[in-house]
Design a protein around this ligand. Structure first.
Ligand SMILES: *Cc1c(COP(=O)(O)O)cnc(C)c1O
Length: 365
């Protein structure tokens, strides 16, 4: 049976860390007739979305909506905030941390890499030491939930130390975490945070978001890197009138409006709690089945599990998919066949995790 037939004929259980399952309310909203983006009707939607995005990030700062995947929002932070040769620290403890190293190097920044094994989280002491050794660092880049290894980083405590030691900006990849894990942009004094639509927000890929502190917005004035499509100054200029500089992905914004209404109705803190409970459940079941968690600091957004001896990755995923309609994610890069990943973000009912764990037990047998 191919993928198409499966989607058509039976329910599938998607536990991949992006894309994630989409609620029917969102699907329905995206099916509404297209409207023009330079219209009062669209501005009304965008106004509501802008305000609900502030709630999502727990900030009073503008949250800018870009039509791109999350990587576009990551890129926008470099080209808008820095000039060639400027020094930043980037924590690399997995695939996405690696992107925080490679991308700014392409733009000519001077990147000090703090490298960790996959599954480990950065220590506050290491960051403190690095900042002491390099007082001219302009920013520290971190990943809140490293999706490739399922690892949680204590952004709140690290941000405190960064502010104490330096005036470096605290820049956070919240792509996997926003909506599913506690993140308070203003209270934690973050300077930059990005996320994208296909993870914790329950809509398809294609939108990305970036929010910046006043300090970060000030820094934009000094940035000399070239930018055009991702010029956040252009986005900020039209933010107040609920406009976007270019044609936005209108249908996705309509879906986002529905998704954010759902999140607001449930309450963000309740969502964080539910994700935590679902993750706790999965972690405990995984251990009961005699399996080992991969990450030393497991996140509530995605659980990573070591493959048991003698289980072949390809067959494992094939049986889960064909017999149970369950989709877990493989590992990435060198861990492709060595771990599997179960996402908790997206639109899930509690009992779907029971189905997932039942499928896991059966496939192991
Ligand atoms: C998915 C993801 C991204 C962005 O990926 P895109 O495919 O560009 O949306 C970045 N960081 C993390 C932690 C992610 O999980």
């Amino acid at each position: 049976m191919n993928m198409k037939e499966q989607v058509k004929n039976r329910k599938i259980y998607l536990f991949t860390p992006g894309p994630t399952p989409i609620p029917p309310q969102v699907l329905e909203r995206m099916n509404q007739p297209i409207i023009h983006h330079r219209s009062d009707e669209f501005r009304e939607i965008m106004g509501r979305v802008n305000s609900n995005l502030q709630y999502l990030f727990q900030t009073k700062q503008p949250v800018l909506t870009l039509s791109s995947s999350g990587t576009g929002a990551m890129e926008s932070t470099f080209v808008n905030l820095f000039s060639p040769g400027e020094k930043i620290i980037a924590v690399n403890n997995g695939k996405f941390g690696e992107r925080w190293v490679k991308m700014p190097q392409e733009f000519g920044l001077n990147v000090v890499e703090l490298k960790y094994n996959w599954g480990d989280a950065p220590s506050i002491g290491d960051i403190q030491t690095a900042l002491k050794q390099k007082p001219d660092v302009r920013a520290v880049y971190l990943v809140h939930c490293e999706t490739s290894s399922g690892t949680y980083t204590d952004i709140k405590s690290i941000a405190e130390v960064i502010h104490r030691e330096s005036d470096a900006l605290v820049c956070v990849d919240g792509v996997c975490s926003v909506g599913g894990m506690e993140l308070r942009f203003d209270e934690w004094k973050l300077d930059v945070c990005v996320t994208s639509s296909q993870k914790g927000l329950m809509i398809p890929p294609g939108l990305a978001f970036v929010t910046m502190s006043e300090r970060a917005i000030e820094r934009m004035k000094d940035s000399k890197l070239p930018k055009y499509y991702f010029d956040l100054g252009k986005s900020l200029d039209v933010y107040k009138t609920n406009d976007t500089p270019w044609t936005p992905a209108i249908s996705l914004v309509q879906g986002l409006d529905a998704a954010l209404e759902m999140i607001k109705e449930e309450g963000i803190e309740s969502r964080w709690k539910t994700h935590n409970e679902n993750a706790e459940f999965v972690r405990s079941q995984v251990k009961l089945l005699g399996l080992k968690l991969f990450s030393s600091f497991p996140s509530d957004a995605v659980t990573t599990v070591e493959f048991p001896q003698g289980v072949e990755s390809k067959k494992f995923h094939q049986i889960l998919r064909d017999d149970y309609g369950i989709y877990f994610a493989k590992g990435q890069s060198q861990y492709m066949e060595k771990i599997f990943r179960i996402a908790h973000i997206g639109f899930h009912e509690k009992n779907e995790f029971q189905i997932a764990m039942h499928g896991l037990e059966k496939v192991l047998i």
